[in-house]
Design a protein around this ligand. Structure first.
Ligand SMILES: Cc1ncc(COP(=O)(O)O)c(C=O)c1O
Length: 348
């Protein structure tokens, strides 16, 4: 039997647990487009409670949750301020433009943490009638491309205060809000507070096979439900997948600090290898961004060499790549990854 690969490409590669599979098999279901799926309803109620918002809506993917939130908040032809390396800007296929006629205004910020000063400079003055109106401010916590960087309340608060003062809607891409809360040791609701909408994913570090949710006011969720249908996301006996998401929500959050500790250990090991640039202090959650220096060659080549040693990572740019810890990689996988890097370095 061949040893399975140590897969650090993403926390989305996790397989559902036995308890999730059982819950899926036994789920009580109904037609959710008719609002008749009791398991989906339970998941939505529990998600709203955990996030501290009035209501929530189950959606198939995080991208759909982000995109339908923007669609609800903003009129076509208006501008959305977001961080320059955010998932919504980079990895959702220009969805806001294609689906909702929205113009993104990306602002680059170290570790994905925009400041109120940066954002204020891009809020369009109402008096200049030929400029697009700014409609939404979107944040990301944790910030994927910034290496799982956490946005604590002192970073969030001035941004939300500015948005409120200027009449902008606020959206949080909290695909990994669970990791942010675990890293800070605070309840998720404390990081979701004050946003008009919050998207979160069950299918990443929490190991559910499918599913995300958006949360917000009852009025927001009523509109979001309509847009979910418009975008083709009305699901029928969706309790089958909601059941696994419920197990994820109840059972998996407490485990996340293990992933964070392993990411730190991996970062500390990599930082000691010549030509790999990563500061372990920057690894706050489960994502590592590693930069190549000197004679390593390009990231695609390194990723291929790692793969031949049974270690999977993802190229993030010509000289950078990403590694992510999750429930399906343990300490032996971390050791294997470090040995693989050392072997490549030594030309063995
Ligand atoms: C920060 C962030 N937001 C949104 C998404 C989108 O989630 P999905 O792949 O379910 O569409 C991802 C996916 O990796 C993500 O990392």
């Amino acid at each position: 039997m061949t040893t399975p690969a140590s897969d650090f490409r993403s926390d989305t590669v996790t397989k559902p647990t036995a308890k999730m599979r059982r819950a899926m098999a036994e789920a009580e279901v109904g037609d959710d487009v008719y609002g008749e799926d009791p398991t989906v309803r339970r998941l939505e109620e529990r998600t709203a409670e955990v996030l501290g918002h009035e209501a929530a809506l189950f959606v198939p993917t995080g991208s759909m949750g982000n995109q339908l939130s923007l669609r609800v908040h903003a009129r076509s032809g208006t501008e959305v301020i977001l961080e320059g390396k955010s998932h919504i800007f980079h990895y959702e296929m220009a969805g806001m433009a294609a689906l909702s006629g929205l113009l993104p205004r990306p602002i680059d910020a170290p570790r994905g943490r925009m400041t109120a000063e940066q954002v204020a400079a891009w809020i369009r003055p109402e008096a200049v009638y030929y400029l697009p109106r700014t409609s939404v401010l979107a944040l990301e916590n944790t910030h994927n491309f910034a290496g799982g960087a956490v946005m604590p309340r002192p970073v969030i608060d001035p941004l939300l205060a500015l948005a409120k003062e200027k009449g902008l809607a606020t959206h949080l891409d909290g695909a990994r809000l669970w990791n942010a809360a675990a890293a800070l040791g605070v309840p998720e609701a404390s990081l979701a507070a004050g946003f008009d909408s919050v998207m979160t994913c069950f299918s990443k570090g929490l190991r559910a096979p499918v599913g995300s949710a958006v949360a917000g006011s009852k009025a927001f969720i009523a509109e979001a439900r309509r847009v979910r249908k418009l975008f083709g996301g009305g699901m029928r006996q969706a309790g089958v997948i909601a059941a696994a998401a419920l197990v994820a929500l109840e059972d998996e959050r407490a485990r996340l600090p293990e992933d964070h500790a392993r990411a730190k250990k991996l970062a500390e090991g990599l930082a000691g290898i010549r030509g790999l640039r990563i500061d372990p202090a920057d690894v706050e959650t489960n994502i590592l961004m590693i930069f190549l220096e000197g004679d390593w060659g390009d990231s695609a080549g390194v990723v291929a060499k790692l793969q031949s040693r049974g270690v999977l990572a993802g190229a993030a740019g010509p000289s950078s790549f990403r590694m992510v810890t999750h429930a399906d990689v343990g300490d032996p996988d971390v050791e294997r990854a470090l040995r693989a890097f050392e072997g490549i370095r030594a030309g063995r």
